[in-house]
Design a protein around this ligand. Structure first.
Ligand SMILES: [Zn+2]
Length: 285
């Protein structure tokens, strides 16, 4: 532990800060349904953080915020301590952790190659590497190919969705490591639902072009769009099997595609909380 982390840790233990139980939500899609695809144990670990169990004290960041920047001011040491706690719970070392560098575009970093300045997707076939993607309305997407032993993580907001970040990540798994899209399993993580997310008419038309069901209330001035459904359609068009995509439409598995904005006790949301919003992550290794 660094000295500051140790001080923070003791402050927490002395009851100086409110700490609620750290929770990780996991889908069953990698650990169980993958077993149907390959007979060997898959060996992949994954999950999504919730907002509980950290030490961030600002109301909109409380408490397990996992991102800071010049605009979103949670002290770096606090975010580092949150990551340390999360990684302990998730079972990986923070030094192995690689987080997407968000640009709301469709660049993908292949670990081992030179990293672009920013990237909304990461892919790797290396063991002992954890890849992760932030979200706070934008979708954290996780991918596993249990056949070629490749993993991917992507950050898909509405802009990145329209730019094709989901399939750009799968395509990188295919071109770099020989993944077949039909072998790839995907999880669409907690993200803002069509209940709470609206866009301008021009962007809504682009979602409508992906699939009419992506846009609710076509006549309304506020156009509610479903970025999860658009992501599913784009992945299916790219060759993923419908049954290999875990989202809210799947009813025989736990619902992992919770609406960020509708669940204030559990998840951070930019739409709900404004500019100084906290961030959760999805990770896979
Ligand atoms: Zn909602």
């Amino acid at each position: 532990l660094s000295k500051l982390q140790a001080i923070l840790y003791s402050a927490v233990n002395m009851g100086g800060l409110e700490v609620r139980c750290l929770k990780i939500t996991r889908t069953s899609v990698f650990s169980h349904s993958v077993v149907h695809l390959v007979s060997s144990a898959d060996g992949f670990s994954h999950g999504f953080s919730t907002r509980t169990g950290g030490i961030s004290s600002v109301k909109t960041l409380s408490s397990l915020n996992l991102f800071c920047s010049s605009r979103r001011r949670d002290p770096r040491a606090v975010v580092a301590e949150n990551l340390r706690r999360f990684s302990l719970e998730a079972g990986f070392h923070p030094h192995l952790f690689n987080l997407v560098k968000v640009n709301h575009a469709s660049d993908v970093w292949v670990i081992g190659k030179e990293a672009p300045d920013s990237y909304d997707g990461i892919v790797t076939n290396q063991a002992n590497v954890v890849i992760a993607t932030p979200g706070a309305d934008c979708i954290p997407l996780l991918f596993v190919d249990p056949v070629a032993k490749v993993v991917g993580a992507a950050h898909a907001g509405w802009k990145g969705t329209l730019m094709g970040i989901a399939m750009a990540t799968v395509n990188a798994m295919a071109s770099e490591f020989g993944s077949k899209p039909a072998d790839v399993v995907a999880v669409i993580g907690p993200s803002v639902g069509p209940c709470c997310f609206t866009v301008e008419r021009e962007s809504a038309a682009e979602f409508h072009a992906i699939h009419p069901d992506c846009v609710r209330d076509v006549e309304s001035p506020k156009l509610h769009v479903n970025i999860r459904w658009a992501t599913r359609i784009l992945l299916q068009q790219g060759g993923l099997l419908p049954t290999h995509i875990h989202d809210k439409t799947v009813t025989d598995k736990p619902n992992i595609t919770l609406c960020t904005s509708c669940n204030p006790d559990m998840i951070f949301s930019h739409v709900r909380d404004g500019i100084n919003f906290g961030t959760q992550i999805g990770f896979v290794d």
